[in-house]
Design a protein around this ligand. Structure first.
Ligand code: COA
Length: 695
């Protein structure tokens, strides 16, 4: 196997078959002492039923758990595909070197005490060894790896995890252990669990892309605390649902930036943007993430129409509310509903969706109703509800539903919510084991169906085609000239010129050095705004350097004198170059910006403009590069999007806004920040009225 280094965007993936489908595993640090981690991992490998060869490595003991031990990896007289390393940090590099020489394909380093403890150099050493031999390195500082299809449990977590469609990738080992225990208790199976710890080598992208091609994995769930290389992460290809649980939401706004718009680029919002751009579903809590993951393993949900079968009116109403809240709609077809469900319910039951079989409905009635429903194409998902009563048996109902589901070939998504005590709990566990996601709450059920519908929408959405063109030569010249002059920002007229050269529409404008020149150039521009031009003044309004709606020459002269007086009082040292005269543009005020995120590099922001951009913080981001389709989605991400579409008034022009968002990407890498605020957008188009470009 060829060694491969990790580069920002180039090919670098290592084959992970050695990790998940090894023919043999060496357990280094396999102690006879049951209190030691190495002992417990070996026990899990052996008792978990791994069918390949297992070689305990221990310098002292002769046998552990009845298996002959070897003093080192080198001393194993057979090939080894995968080595789990649980020995003190100081010995790990030497052990990995041996593994490399032996041709081991993958190592999982359980040991802590590397980068997370400040020991960065030692961790780099491990990565270098892994690269030199083309070995995949998971960790260090991890819980280990579970892969159900190989019956491989190389962790010191619970042993009896059932198999299922979810692959769980966790940056935190301790949380992964806890959640393994919880999953076992809730009878939720997983196909894989990989604790990636410090991510010295194998990371989320490697695993998501590996699982794209793994028939046993239906959904990948990632618990993430941070990323090392956002731009590399943005190259992740996904062909199956990915649920992201990224913590650290409240660290927004950590980044200090020179301009106001840039200061909104809180990195959590940028993470949000990254997940959206990649088509990943972001969950807020573990519960939500695991609920979604289970639902995402169901057959596709091509629309949002839901049918509910229930034994109680109250829970039916609750579920209706939750469905509506989640953007799901109840099937409304009174004739078909009456015809289909009347025969399976008493006269006082209801055939209005939710279908209320009433409190006495036992397993036979549920089964009949389910059977009639599940074969229909009139709706996209089925939600089965149950409230526990003493005269009905929840487990029998669950068994009946599951039987009919299998008989119908699992045709469409089915989820259940069962409310009650211990007997309902058992029924929920049964359904979970059968691959029917079952919940104790209707909100969880509705939210899970929403995730499934979202995934269908994502996977069938229009493909984006990022535009990677560069700024034109003349724009580069203007920027470089300003740099040569030692300036940290472009003057307004320069900024406008640069934007125009990149393809951003700007209103007609002129630059004038004095009042006489202003009078001359203003003639063709009324009504206009006049703005001070000074390298020292960035916030022009604060300095009294903005006058709007000037209609004629006498008003121009009057406002000009007033402006010069105020500016010289407020910023006495400012060197005044002249004024910018800009034709007033009508329309909704929007704002767009380009700034740089520490993890993802250049990002583009869009939001409502003027003072609203700061007051409401209603902005959204995308990571550069992106194309017109993604720019359209960015505009659609702001909460006030219906204002753009003419809510009680004029509408904005989306195509020209898209054009602006695409055009400003040309300045990525050339300047530090672009802040266009406001953009005026109306049916006549969108124009960058004011802009700042920081070098
Ligand atoms: N080759 C072979 N065997 C070796 C060895 C080597 N280079 N170095 C040590 N061993 C043996 C030891 O002799 C010992 O066996 P013994 O009990 O029979 O004597 C066994 O391997 C383990 O070594 P030991 O020194 O006892 O370490 P330990 O088990 O106390 O701790 C770690 C090792 C890896 C568990 C510990 O260093 C550590 O990092 N703990 C934190 C792990 C963690 O929390 N990870 C993150 C999870 S979220």
């Amino acid at each position: 196997m060829m060694p491969s280094g990790k580069t920002a965007e180039g090919p670098r993936r290592k084959n992970l078959d050695g990790l998940f489908k090894p023919r043999s595993v060496a357990m280094v640090g396999a102690s006879a002492d049951p209190h030691k981690i190495g002992h417990q991992i070996l026990r899990n490998i052996v008792e978990g039923g791994f069918a390949g060869e297992v070689y305990p490595v221990n310098a002292c003991a002769e046998a552990v758990l009845g298996l002959k031990t070897f003093p080192s990896v080198a001393a194993i007289p057979h090939p080894v595909d995968f080595a789990v390393i649980s020995i003190p940090a100081t010995a790990v590099a030497a052990c990995m070197e041996e593994c490399g020489q032996k041709g081991v394909q993958a190592v999982a380093v359980i040991t802590s005490g590397f980068a997370e403890a400040g020991n960065i150099e030692e961790e780099h050493k491990l990565k270098a060894i892994a690269d030199r031999y083309g070995m995949a390195l998971v960790g260090p500082n991890i819980l280990g790896v579970v892969y159900s299809p190989s019956r491989l449990n190389a962790t010191f977590g619970p042993r009896d995890m059932a198999s299922g469609g979810t692959a769980f990738v966790s940056q935190s080992g301790a949380l992964a252990i806890g959640l393994m225990g919880w999953a076992v208790m809730e009878k939720m199976g997983m196909s894989a669990l990989v604790s990636i710890g410090n991510k010295a080598d194998v990371d989320e992208r490697d695993l998501i892309e590996y699982f794209n091609h793994d028939e046993h994995v239906k959904v990948t769930l990632v618990y993430m605390e941070g990323l090392k290389n956002g731009r590399d992460f943005m190259q992740t290809r996904i062909s199956k649902p990915v649920v992201m649980l990224k913590v650290g939401r409240t660290q927004r706004g950590a980044r200090a930036a020179a301009s106001h718009t840039g200061s909104l680029a809180g990195s959590d919002q940028v993470f949000d943007a990254a997940f959206r751009q990649l088509g990943m579903l972001r969950a807020d809590t573990f519960r939500e993430a695991f609920n979604w993951a289970r639902a995402l393993a169901l057959p596709p949900m091509p629309g949002r129409k839901v049918l509910i079968i229930t034994n109680g009116g109250g829970i039916g109403v609750r579920a209706t509310d939750e469905c509506e809240k989640a953007g799901l709609h109840l099937l409304d077809d009174p004739e078909w509903l009456e015809e289909t469900f009347r025969p399976v319910m008493p006269s006082y039951g209801s055939t209005k969706n939710p279908i209320d079989l009433t409190g006495g409905a036992a397993a036979d009635k549920y089964s009949q109703a389910f059977k009639s429903a599940v074969i229909s194409d009139k709706f996209d998902a089925l939600l089965v509800l149950y409230c526990e009563t003493v005269i009905t048996d929840p487990l029998a109902i669950a068994q009946g539903v599951s039987r009919e589901y299998e008989a119908a070939g699992r045709r469409k998504p089915v989820v259940a919510a069962m409310v009650g005590g211990e007997r309902s709990r058992q029924a929920i566990h049964f359904l979970n084991q059968q691959g029917v996601p079952a919940f104790t709450s209707v909100a969880d059920a509705a939210s899970s169906l929403n995730a499934l519908a979202q995934w269908h929408e994502i996977s069938s959405r229009e493909k984006d085609d990022p535009e990677c063109s560069q700024a034109p030569r003349e724009a580069v010249r203007i920027v470089e000239q300003a740099r040569k002059e030692g300036r940290s920002a472009l003057l307004e007229h320069e900024a406008r010129q640069v934007l125009e050269l990149c393809g951003v529409p700007v209103p007609p404008a002129a630059f004038a050095r004095d009042l006489d020149e202003a009078k001359l150039k203003a003639a063709a521009l009324y009504p206009l705004a006049m703005k001070i031009a000074s390298p020292q003044i960035i916030h022009k309004s604060d300095a009294g350097g903005v006058a709007v709606n000037i209609r004629d020459e006498s008003e121009l002269a009057e406002k000009y004198s007033a402006m010069m007086k105020t500016v010289s009082e407020r910023v006495p040292d400012a060197q005044i170059e002249g004024v910018n005269l800009v034709q007033m543009a009508e329309g909704i005020e929007c704002a767009a910006g380009l700034s740089s995120d520490p993890q993802f590099g250049p990002v583009v922001m869009f939001g409502l403009g003027g003072v609203l951009v700061e007051a409401l913080k209603d902005v959204a981001f995308r990571i550069v590069p992106f194309g017109r389709v993604e720019a359209g989605r960015l505009i659609g991400d702001i909460k006030a999007r219906n204002i753009l579409d003419g809510f009680r008034g004029a509408r904005a022009d989306r195509p020209s806004l898209v054009q602006i968002l695409c055009a400003i990407q040309k300045l990525a890498g050339l300047v530090k920040e672009v802040d266009i605020n406001p953009i005026r957008s109306s049916e006549k188009g969108s124009f960058a009225v004011d802009a700042r470009i920081i070098l």
